[in-house]
Design a protein around this ligand. Sequence first.
Ligand code: GTP
Ligand code: MG
Length: 370
Amino acid sequence: PETITVQELANRMAERGGNVIKTLMKLGVMATINQVIDADTAELVVEEFGHKAKRVSDADVEIGLVSGPDTEAEMMSRPPVVTVMGHVDHGKTSLLDAMRSTDVVSGEAGGITQHIGAYQVQVPSGDRITFIDTPGHAAFTAMRARGAEVTDIVVLVVAANDGIMPQTIEAIRHAQAAKVPMVVAINKIDLPEADPNRVRTELLQHDVVVEEMGGDVQTVEVSAKKRMNLDKLVEAILLQSEILDLKANPDRTAEGAVVEAKMERGRGSVATVLIQRGTLRVGDTFVCGKEWGRVRALVNERGERVEEAGPSVPVEVLGFNGTPEAGDDFIAVEDEAKAREVSGYRQRKDRETQFVKSARGSMEQMFERI
Ligand code: GTP
Ligand code: MG
């Protein structure tokens, strides 16, 4: 249900808090200045003051924030966004590192040096792939829990000497729940005890039917350590991407999601944002979760400043007024007034939710003592 604090209600009517409390008393409601009251009560108070109540809901402030669908003609192909998942020690990090070194741009420009939570590689064919560099399903679920669905393809890493393990099963469940297709990388095939076919059979028990068994899930036998078949894995990812026919309109205001964010000395709040639609440019004003800002600089995975970032491009954004959280939405808006309005509204909402939670907590404590 919609709620508002007494203080906020007083602010919006430009009345003294004390007067609002008195009016509430008259209506038979005992409240303090920080207390949360429901929208119906608030409306009665507003009318007592001789104002006309106009409820501002999520929809009012957030309406039009995310622009409508794009036309077919505006949609352009975009690179796939890939998350690597799998059991502990099966080689997620090794595989990400190996894939990173397939980048052809790095040779010329000094390599991907930055750790920015996500990076894009250009493979020899000229195609691009974006990797989320926070392996593990914890990051995947944390982002999904915040409503951010950035992953197009999950690369499930299974060590060929170990087979399906508890976290492999968890990763499969997450991918299935999110309806994200998988490509299975059967890793560590350089080991003498590697048994890729056992992996394929075990997958079947978890509703993952690989191509060799008549299904549509691709498997690739790789060795991250010996750099075997990395090109085949790239091919499999690109093929899956082609099947998905991934498209976005680059020619509109930017929308994306935060992959990671931190406070850095000398740089302020910095976030790695994955652009999902539109193009973000230096100077753009944006809302991001409860925060807002103006793009002061954009930095790519090679530590170079760039002027803009389009669909599927991960980029470090500088110019935040506060630190957002992984999974927060990122939306470019027309001006600072809009950014402040939305950010202010989201912060109020958050404070109210926090207050209700802590009030509930202290109530429970009270009853415990009784
Ligand atoms: P966590 O992050 O701890 O979950 O592990 P991970 O999945 O990232 O695995 P990581 O890449 O750290 O690799 C774990 C171990 O397996 C390391 O000792 C790697 O050297 C080894 N390893 C990774 N890939 C291969 C491979 O292809 N062959 C062999 N023989 N060893 C590998
Ligand atoms: Mg790792």
